[in-house]
Design a protein. Structure first.
Length: 389
């Protein structure tokens, strides 16, 4: 049950557009919390003086109060003073004074030890480095291990976005397993989605040279997102006499494997798949949702997810999806069509199945967006109420 006592909860979300996934995550969180009728909590975002005002306006639009401070600007004098104090005493006096000034009872979604003295709830998105260690350098794995263990020790509770991630957390730090809490985030579709019509589709159809019904993959081009499996499956489809069209959008870069995107492009060219697979690159937000709406299905073939944003976005508009059969996908969107994450022939079979049933795969019914949003808000508020003093 959510608290009816007025409390102030602090957050340290992204300050610019370098991690828009994180920005949208926090906006969705604030939106869910704003829907609660039985709480009058105040949600305050703390960022540096040089934060992007467009991003801050997004937080404000979802009901959060914004406080800017130079102590959160990297390399500012106050930032240096606070960091030195934290290194010596384990606490940041300037930041703690600021939190006290705004009567903050708890800081939520902490992802590292930031030297605060009030109650804190951490957030660990996933344990990809444990499941797919080859995707990370030894330095990255060591850093993630150290950071996750430190924040698990320091925090009063740790939010995980799925029960699958909770299982990983309990195995990773069994001594702190009791701190784990699940709050499955819910993505809000943009308001314009529901008014998109055939005229909007014709614009993107012409813009991206779309010649026939398509399956859409709105994933970043990191190796664990499994784009190679798509290409192998499409090649098999062509060998069977089928001609699917797969549209893939997203930034075609993986800092962990700089040759990955080019290898996909070369594969498409070498195997004469240019009429069947199109790489669109990073495209406008509106185009993403237009392509989602008018696809026959949206696909996520990922080898690993914490709680997929693209799956959540499609779930929020009841869009049919073709998903890899990893546990978190089954937990997140059980109404979807699943294929073996390690089998391109399994994926090819499902692609053929979707094209054979385009009239029935376009939309599926699930729990209402309003209901899921409320459940998410209540889950977070209940976690907070455990640690109010």
């Amino acid at each position: 049950m959510v608290s009816q006592v007025k409390k102030t909860i602090g957050f340290f979300p992204p300050k610019d557009n370098s991690w828009m996934g994180g920005v949208h995550y926090y906006c969705n969180l604030f939106h869910a919390l704003s829907k609660l009728k039985d709480t009058c909590n105040i949600y305050v975002v703390f960022v540096g003086e040089h934060a992007d005002q467009t991003i801050l306006d997004m937080y404000r639009n979802y009901g959060a109060k914004v406080v800017q401070t130079s102590s959160l600007d990297k390399f500012s004098i106050s930032w240096f003073v606070d960091r030195i104090a934290q290194a010596i005493f384990g606490t940041r006096p300037i930041l703690n004074r600021l939190l006290g000034k705004h009567s903050v009872s708890l800081v939520s979604h902490v992802q590292s030890d930031i030297g605060i003295n009030c109650a804190q709830v951490a957030w660990i998105p996933d344990f990809q480095h444990v499941h797919l260690p080859k995707m990370f350098s030894e330095k990255e794995k060591s850093s993630r291990n150290k950071n996750f263990k430190a924040i698990s020790k320091k925090a009063d509770a740790v939010i995980l976005s799925s029960y699958d991630a909770l299982k990983d957390y309990s195995n990773f730090v069994p001594e702190y397993a009791y701190k784990g809490r699940v709050a499955r985030f819910v993505s809000q579709p943009p308001a314009f989605y529901f008014s998109l019509n055939e005229s909007d589709y014709l614009i993107v159809k012409d813009k991206y040279s779309i010649s026939k019904p398509y399956i859409y993959v709105p994933n970043q081009f990191w190796r664990h997102k499994n784009h190679q499996l798509i290409l192998d499956a499409v090649l098999l489809c062509k060998d069977r006499g089928e001609e699917p069209l797969i549209l893939c959008s997203g930034l075609m870069e993986d800092y962990r494997d700089t040759s990955y995107a080019s290898s996909l492009i070369d594969y498409v060219s070498k195997n004469l798949l240019t009429d069947n697979v199109k790489f669109l690159g990073l495209i406008p937000y509106r185009d993403v949702f237009t392509l989602i709406k008018f696809s026959i299905a949206v696909m996520n073939p990922s080898q690993f997810e914490g709680w997929s944003s693209s799956v959540e976005e499609c779930k929020s508009v009841n869009k049919a999806m073709l998903l890899s059969d990893i546990d978190v996908h089954k937990e997140q969107y059980p109404e979807s069509l699943f294929f073996n994450v390690n089998s391109y022939s399994s994926l090819a079979d499902k692609i053929g199945q979707i094209y054979a049933n385009t009239e029935t795969t376009n939309d599926i019914a699930g729990a209402s967006l309003e209901e899921r949003t409320l459940q998410y808000g209540v889950a977070c508020a209940d976690i907070y109420s455990e640690f109010f003093v």
